[in-house]
Design a protein. Structure first.
Length: 430
């Protein structure tokens, strides 16, 4: 369309800066040029001071629609960007480009088509609304029955006691597979493993659901007591090695219905005996004690020649047990290698309301406080200083914060260290 939008500069405003700022190709005459979005027409004529429509509106560019650039153009459905008018050729600036497929969908772009990923439901199409590139979305499908998990894309493993698998697809219901309840195993009865199975008459044990093959643990058996050197109600209920024995006992589904064993642990260095479980004694010239336990190395304590309690601790010996001296915090623990102990006994600093370097070195209560500060072997490892109350004929919260004579009495009370923890007195006014 031929437009009338022609801009002319009065001669008195025409400067070098104005002329150089205009695209000369779009320049009409000496003082006039077409506004943004219009281009100059070759062969224009004038009649007096009038011009014969020298500016033509530019059509909307590729991938956009509208009457013309000056009237406004918008990108096609499925395209992102915008079109704006400028004064220089081609008299518009366009950034219209195909919109990428939205999250959880697959495809080259919205224009050529997007499909929801496996495990997602929904539909994505080009939008006809302004500033919208597409309509619809892809929503994750919830996990089906007899599975655990939130959505199919995140994974839906079968619930305990169920066998099978579930995976995402791109067609309704957007997943494939299923999870089926497992029947109760041999020598048990019930609806299914997830719903509960009870051992038949004459059999003992327990069956409970788990995830992963065989989808249950435990069993029901006639003779399934815990094997030698282990303890527990029976194999299905669980067995653990006796104190001082190493190994493990696990349930199996075939006779003898367990695997593994428990082996006796030999007596440690500087001790004698059949095994830790049977009992170990320190050899001649060594002190200590060896006690059977269930965790590796399956015994505690040791036998050593020079294993008196370390500095800042007391007791018969490290193997027999040591504790930190009064006023010290920490512990002494026996180990199986030299020096056969680990000690963390450290002096406790002087407590509040006292002065000194540490409780073992001695602490003195501040003025107005009674003590003494003495070390102990239990938290906080000391006895504390206590505030002394105001003496007779005076009032206040206590000597540390100050005491004043009662009405009708005069004198002074000053806190000091040592009994009676104050000096002065209050006498009745005569």
């Amino acid at each position: 369309m031929v437009g009338q939008l022609l801009y002319c500069e009065p001669l008195w405003r025409l400067t070098v800066s104005v002329v150089t700022s205009v695209n000369l190709v779009n320049h009409v005459g000496q003082n006039c040029y077409c506004t943004p979005g219009y281009k100059a027409i070759a062969g224009w004529t004038t009649s007096g001071s009038f011009y014969n429509s020298p500016c033509l509106a530019v059509e909307c560019p590729e991938y956009s629609r509208g009457y013309s650039v000056p009237d406004g153009c918008e990108c096609f459905p499925g395209y992102t960007g915008e079109v704006s008018a400028i004064s220089a050729s081609p008299y518009y600036m366009s950034s219209c480009s195909t919109a990428p497929c939205p999250p959880h969908s697959t495809g080259v772009n919205v224009v050529t088509g997007c499909s929801c990923n496996a495990g997602y439901s929904g539909n994505v199409v080009m939008s006809r609304r302004p500033n919208r590139y597409y309509e619809g979305e892809c929503v994750a499908v919830s996990c089906p029955a007899n599975t655990v998990g939130s959505t199919v894309p995140k994974g839906c493993p079968c619930a305990p006691g169920y066998s099978g698998s579930v995976g995402g697809t791109t067609s309704s219901p957007f997943y494939s597979g299923s999870c089926s309840a497992l029947s109760c195993p041999a020598n048990s009865a019930g609806t299914s493993v997830p719903h509960g199975c009870l051992c038949n008459s004459g059999y003992s044990g327990r069956v409970f659901p788990i995830q992963g093959s065989p989808y249950y643990s435990g069993l029901c058996c006639r003779n399934c007591a815990c094997p030698e050197n282990s303890q527990g109600f029976n194999v299905p209920m669980g067995c653990e090695c006796n104190l001082g024995y190493s190994g493990s006992v696990a349930v199996s589904t075939s006779a003898p219905f367990y695997s593994g064993s428990c082996a006796a642990v030999a007596c440690p260095a500087n001790s004698v005996g059949t095994s830790v479980g049977a009992g170990c004694s320190c050899t001649s010239g060594y002190l200590g004690r060896v006690t059977a336990i269930q965790a590796s190395p399956f015994y505690s304590g040791s036998c050593c020649q020079n294993c008196a309690c370390p500095v800042n601790s007391q007791g018969f010996s490290v193997p027999m047990g040591c504790q930190c001296n009064p006023g010290y915090s920490g512990s002494v623990v026996a180990t199986t290698s030299a020096p056969f102990y680990s000690s963390s006994c450290s002096a406790v600093p002087c407590p509040a309301n006292s002065v000194g370097s540490s409780v073992p070195d001695g602490c003195s209560c501040n003025a107005g406080y009674a003590g003494p500060v003495a070390g102990t072997t239990s938290t906080p490892f000391y006895t504390a200083c206590r505030a002394v109350p105001c003496p007779v004929n005076s009032w206040g919260e206590g000597l540390p914060t100050g005491c004043w004579c009662n009405p009708a009495f005069r004198g002074y009370i000053v806190s000091i260290q040592g009994s009676p923890f104050y000096s002065g007195s209050c006498a009745r006014i005569r």
